[in-house]
Design a protein around this ligand. Structure first.
Ligand code: 1GP
Length: 248
């Protein structure tokens, strides 16, 4: 089954949680253990990504370890063509829509296109929109950050993504952000699009995750919450809370 079909099937049941692992933040073996726990607590997919491109072998080794410890699909969440791995199941073939630099909108994607084809990994088109504070993703991606009260601009980018044929919209506040994407922005965006909405950045507890889902997020991504020691209990309560909500 294609990864996108699996995600769509799971979304019919409840809102979802994806776990983000950055290959540069731990050893491949530790990444494998994190993925095992993520699957155990009910996360639906493992995203592998980061804001800088590590040695490509590190991406390969990390994906291989994750695959050997977990049966969840591995979706690459790359910052560039050098981040691709043939061992992954799929790749968010993403465009940073509010970047000032064409490199992050389409040029890096052109570089990666033939590699994705050669590796045989499933491309999943996704519109990526970076909201204040944006953190490293905003800096590295040279984003014209969406202001936290500018719901209209966020909505325009999201609907443009849908009209360009992208399958998901991702509202990103940046990894480690003190403030996650504002609930009201999620409400506005969700009201105006028909494709699933992914929200991530700065979500570290069940209450915040619930707020985002109640506002309209279909999929919640957490990365930092997995990096903390003894993250299993916290991640478990985040995932249970998300799956216990009704999709908006
Ligand atoms: C970053 O949205 C993700 O791309 C996850 O952010 O690390 O803050 O959970 P956190």
């Amino acid at each position: 089954m294609k990864v996108i079909d699996y995600i769509m099937r799971e979304l019919e049941k409840y809102p979802l949680h994806f776990s983000l692992i950055d290959p540069e933040k731990q050893s491949p073996e530790e990444a494998g253990e994190m993925a095992e726990i993520a699957e155990k607590v009910g996360s639906t997919a493992i995203m592998v990504g980061g804001s800088t491109i590590p040695e490509q072998k590190l991406v390969d080794d990390t994906v291989k370890e994750i695959k050997s410890f977990s049966s969840l699909p591995v979706i690459l969440f790359p910052c560039g063509a050098g981040f691709l791995s043939r061992y992954a199941d799929a790749v968010f073939f993403m465009s940073l829509l509010n970047s000032r630099n064409p490199k992050y909108i389409v040029r890096e994607q052109a570089e990666g296109s033939l590699i994705v084809r050669e590796f045989g990994i499933e491309p999943i088109p996704m519109g990526y929109i970076v909201v204040e504070p944006g953190m490293r993703a905003g800096e590295v991606g040279e984003a014209d950050l969406i202001k936290r009260n500018d719901f209209l601009t966020a909505t325009k980018y999201a609907l443009a993504a849908q009209y360009m044929g992208m399958k998901f919209v991702y509202l990103e506040a940046g990894s480690g952000a003190k403030e996650s994407v504002p609930n009201e922005m999620i409400v506005h965006v969700k009201k105006n699009i028909d494709i699933p909405l992914i929200v991530g950045g700065g979500i570290r507890d069940p209450a915040t995750a619930r707020e985002k889902v109640m506002a309209g997020a279909d999929i919640i991504v957490t990365g930092t919450a997995l990096e903390e020691i003894f993250f299993e209990r916290r991640l478990s309560s985040i995932v249970k809370t998300i799956k216990g909500c009704k999709r908006v």
